[in-house]
Design a protein around this ligand. Structure first.
Ligand code: PLP
Length: 394
């Protein structure tokens, strides 16, 4: 008998992937320009020119055997050292190379972190709405995902967190800027989470870790997104260059273990062990070298900001209830009817592809990924107007 859980995971696509596949089919039927595909968070702006130049330079001027060879399992020492120094300068931390583990993107970073921390039956808390793969990753590591509701503003509800902590809680996963709400957790929220965890651990003698999933950290529209590591010692920072440098297909990211935690060496060993057990070792060598050179740059995010403004204003004027995104490239729109599923299907009748919120752990919303061309947003507006009209919103 096979592992039936994995058979099911392989057979049933996520709601997002399902919609993306539908979009591909529909575009072939009626033409790409007639489908408003807001399904996937696939960056639509190219990587900066410096990425190409650095890649050419690395390829032309490195020993090809070493360049394409294995690095250390946890990543090249020089690469980890340079990332650590960059983070220290930016967030006043004291990381060194042996706090860093190079990964194939944020998905691997979160998986490794969960496997490093969880024993069978441990609970992992997150706040809804959340990236749906957290449940898959946590359960695969032997844990149980507990999703707590957010407030109306989609910021974490800290009193719910207080109530949910118990002897089985091993970790809390946060994601800011948030996929799917676009909300950024400011310093105040992060401090409150840190205080709550510190108070609980001090009173109970427990050890609760914060997994801070930050692939959208650079993508904010009003000031920087703070990093949770600045506020809580037991933090594992999960990062990727998928969105910041528009390199999602190259699979490169890292985990940073906060050296401020008392058992830092043991936690780092657990990260290395989990990476080994999962076979997630030696992240792509060429791209490790690349991010050591240009990892502090970002792609040009101005298109996303333009799209956000156009979509937010456009939908509001049509009578939709929308949350103004402060970061990432997702907009959460409230469904005019109780069922988000039915709303997304009605949007599909207008060739608008949006993801119902149920898979993100909340009801009655849909996610619009606006990492598309601005023309797509412009051309979709009459379709959104027909959708609004069908609900008599104005
Ligand atoms: N975490 C969140 C919140 C995401 O939105 C994504 C991808 O969209 C990931 C993790 C996975 O990122 P990566 O492609 O770098 O593995």
């Amino acid at each position: 008998m096979l592992n039936e859980r994995n058979v099911r995971l392989g057979q049933v696509r996520s709601a997002i992937r399902e919609l993306f596949e539908y979009g591909k089919k529909r575009k072939a039927e009626i033409g790409e320009e007639n489908v408003y595909d807001f399904s996937l968070g696939n960056p639509s702006v190219p990587a900066p020119e410096e990425v190409k130049r650095a890649l050419i330079d690395i390829i032309e001027n490195s020993d090809p055997v070493a360049l394409h060879g294995y690095t250390s399992a946890q990543g090249d020492y020089g690469v980890r050292d340079s990332i650590a120094k960059g983070l220290n300068a930016r967030y006043s931390l004291s990381l060194d190379a042996d706090c860093l583990y190079m990964t194939c993107g944020a998905a691997a970073s979160v998986c490794i972190s969960l496997n490093a921390l969880i024993n069978n039956g441990d609970e992992v808390i997150t706040f809804a709405p959340f990236f749906p793969e957290y449940r898959v990753f946590a359960e695969n590591a032997g844990g149980k995902l507990v999703a707590l509701p957010c407030g109306e503003d989609f910021k974490p509800n800290v009193s719910a967190l207080k109530g949910a902590l118990n002897g089985r809680t091993k970790a809390v996963i946060i994601n800011s800027p948030n996929n799917p709400s676009g909300v950024v957790y400011g310093e105040g929220v992060l401090r409150e989470i840190a205080n709550t965890l510190n108070e609980y651990c001090a009173a109970s003698g427990g050890e609760i870790y914060l997994i801070s999933d930050e692939p959208y950290r650079e993508l904010t529209y009003a000031g920087e997104s703070p990093s949770a590591m600045s506020f809580y010692a037991r933090t594992l920072m999960c990062y990727s260059y998928s969105k910041s440098l528009s390199l999602p297909g190259e699979r490169i990211g890292y985990i940073a273990v906060n050296p401020a935690m008392e058992n830092r060496e043991k936690v780092y060993a657990a990260v290395c062990g989990a990476g080994r057990a999962l076979g997630y070792v030696c992240a792509p060598s060429l791209f490790q070298k690349l991010v050591a050179r240009v990892g502090d740059m970002t792609a040009d995010f101005s298109v996303y900001e333009r799209n956000r403004d156009m979509l937010y204003e456009g939908l509001k004027n049509l009578g939709f209830e929308v949350i103004k995104p402060e970061g990432a490239f997702y907009l959460f729109v409230k469904s005019p009817e109780p069922s988000a599923e039915k709303f997304a299907l009605r949007a599909r009748e207008q060739e608008i592809l949006i993801v119902p919120s149920d898979s993100f752990g909340v009801e009655r919303y849909a996610r619009i990924s606006y990492c598309v061309s601005t023309q797509t947003i412009e051309r979709s507006m009459p379709a959104f107007a027909r959708l609004a009209e069908s609900y008599k919103l104005r």
